[in-house]
Ligand binder design. Structure first.
Ligand code: M6D
Length: 373
């Protein structure tokens, strides 16, 4: 039987930090008071590092998506994709709903993952902001160039305040999309609800994790020790943060609005479909998350699928071209194009960090943050 477009049940594993109420409210379901379910892993073939039996998404019939794809990679992903990437979706989509701030952490790039872990993917990621509580910020990259010895001293000394203050802060608004290149240290305040796209791994290097149920000296370095793990860290600030952030822009009727900055191309694609009779989306694996309204996902092959705010659907290649119909807004998350990813699982892997250096805006400096606190 050919795979068909379908809605995905909630996949809401336990984690080491608190959160998850907004996920439950959006997706249907409930969480216990003080729950540690801050992430939904959507259309995931990826195991959680801390609980390797969890993370995997199930289809509507209870089968694991990863087993279904292994049984019919061409039907799910298309021949071209499979020729380039194998039977991997190349994509992990998450809802992220922290009720406590995220640790100051970073993710390795592909070159590091290959060299030290024997894995083909790092974890470059992007955040699409869904909701923001008043005053909540993201932190992204160091505010000033750092010396490794100073970072290491803060990590070894458990200096969470020092690490937090060393990062550049930034206010975000719903609709913003932020590319977070591998290597860039970051944290997210509680009260920021994100839809995330990332490479399909769970590789995090934790510099601190104050108040979280995780042991940084033991579990913060991917089992490599901090001497090696911190080689993945970018000590230089991001020169032009604006180049990594897209703002909501008018959606041309009949067109998909590209949500990602250009440097995201080798990693993933995200588009917004937001008009009444949505544009056609070319056949290919897609994860579709409804953000407003309700309507239908109409594939060339297979039955139309009712889809509205809070639904997450997976669309296989075999469904053919498709479009959204009716007053529904949704984010369409897709793997990189087969031709967009340079030589097979490239050695080099750093999305270019722009070189222009604007002065940090006063409202984004750590000093200003400290004043506000
Ligand atoms: O959005 P990112 O940066 O991945 O942050 C969320 C991540 O936080 C890290 O500390 C780890 O807990 C990861 O398992 C988790 O996925």
């Amino acid at each position: 039987m050919k795979p068909v477009a379908q809605l995905l049940p909630l996949n809401h594993p336990e984690h080491f930090y608190r959160g998850g109420e907004r996920i439950a409210a959006l997706r249907g379901g409930s969480v216990e008071e003080g729950a540690r379910r801050p992430e939904e892993w959507i259309a995931s073939m990826t195991p959680m590092t801390s609980r390797p039996d969890q993370g995997f998404s199930r289809l509507a019939d209870g089968a694991l998506l990863r087993d279904a794809i292994a049984a019919d990679p061409d039907g799910w992903l298309g021949k071209e994709h499979v020729a380039r990437y194998g039977a991997s979706t190349e994509l992990l989509v998450k809802l992220l709903d922290p009720a406590q701030r995220l640790p100051v952490h970073l993710h390795p790039d592909r070159a590091f993952a290959r060299q030290h872990l024997g894995l083909p993917h790092g974890k470059t990621e992007a955040w699409i902001v869904l909701e923001v509580d008043e005053g909540a910020r993201v932190r992204l990259g160091f505010a000033a160039p750092m010396r490794m010895a100073d970072v290491r001293a803060m990590v070894d000394g458990g200096d969470s305040d020092g690490l937090m203050e060393s990062l550049r802060t930034r206010a975000v608004r719903p609709g913003d999309a932020v590319l977070v290149p591998a290597g860039v240290p970051h944290s997210v305040d509680p009260g920021i609800f994100l839809l995330e796209l990332q490479e399909p791994t769970d590789l995090s290097i934790l510099l601190e994790a104050e108040g979280m149920a995780v042991d940084v000296p033991r579990d913060g370095h991917l089992g490599l020790g901090f001497d090696v793990a911190l080689e993945a860290l970018r000590l230089d600030p991001i020169a032009d943060l604006d180049a990594l952030i897209t703002r909501p822009h008018a959606v041309d009727p009949g067109r998909l609005a590209d949500l990602m900055p250009a440097a995201a191309g080798p990693y993933f694609r995200a588009h917004l479909s937001a008009d009444d009779s949505g544009p056609s989306v070319a056949a290919g694996f897609a994860v579709v998350v409804g953000t407003a309204g309700s309507g239908r996902l109409v594939p060339a092959h297979g039955d139309p699928l009712p889809l509205g705010r809070g639904d997450a659907a997976v669309v296989p290649f075999a469904a053919g071209d498709w479009r959204l119909d009716g007053p529904v807004e949704a984010v369409v998350c897709r793997p990189p194009l087969p031709e967009d990813n340079r030589p097979p699982l490239a050695e080099h892997d750093r999305p270019p960090l722009p070189e222009e250096t604007p002065e940090p805006r006063p409202e984004e400096t750590p000093q200003r943050l400290a004043e506000e606190a």
